[in-house]
Unconditional design. Structure first.
Length: 165
């Protein structure tokens, strides 16, 4: 009897995660506002902008888009994996990956997105090389390589784990 009550309590505690996902939805809104600011800034400098300035502005927009996509992946997959199944019926826009991604897949998608975002930051630094110190560039490369190696190790350990099962 006590065991069942404890298990029901523990199982119901998963709903404590729901407010975290709601906060992530609001963070998408804040990211959208930042994207609007970047676009406004881009529009104001476009006449006098050099090619490098345009590329940097576009990379900033790509970076914000990838970050927003990462947040959506975390919201949907996290909610589905840890809280409850999302029931939208037969909605035509339902992402196909939603019902198929497990925690392991979520980790890989997350780290892949982080590697892409880090790569864009590194590319932005290379495009603006005259304003970046050697020390900063070394840190960017080191951090990016840490993410890349972490992603490869995670994928490798997941593959080994899948082979054993």
């Amino acid at each position: 009897m006590i065991s069942q009550l404890l298990e029901r309590f523990l199982f119901a505690s998963r709903w404590l995660l729901a407010p975290f996902y709601v906060c992530l939805v609001f963070s998408l809104l804040f990211l959208l506002l930042q994207c609007g600011q970047e676009m406004l800034h881009f529009a104001t400098i476009l006449r006098e902008a050099k090619e490098t300035d345009v590329i940097l502005a576009v990379l900033s927009l790509v970076d914000l888009t990838l970050t927003g996509s990462l947040i959506v992946i975390v919201i949907f997959s996290g909610y589905e994996n840890f809280v409850s199944k999302i029931d939208v019926g037969d909605h035509p826009d339902w992402p196909e990956w939603m019902a198929k991604i497990d925690f392991s897949g979520l980790k890989l998608k997350l780290l892949s997105s982080i590697v892409a975002i880090s790569g864009i930051q590194l590319l932005k630094s290379f495009m603006d090389i005259h304003n970046v110190t050697d020390r900063e560039l070394a840190w960017y490369v080191g951090i990016h390589m840490t993410f890349v190696v972490s992603g490869l190790l995670l994928a490798w350990t997941d593959r080994l784990s899948a082979e054993k099962h």
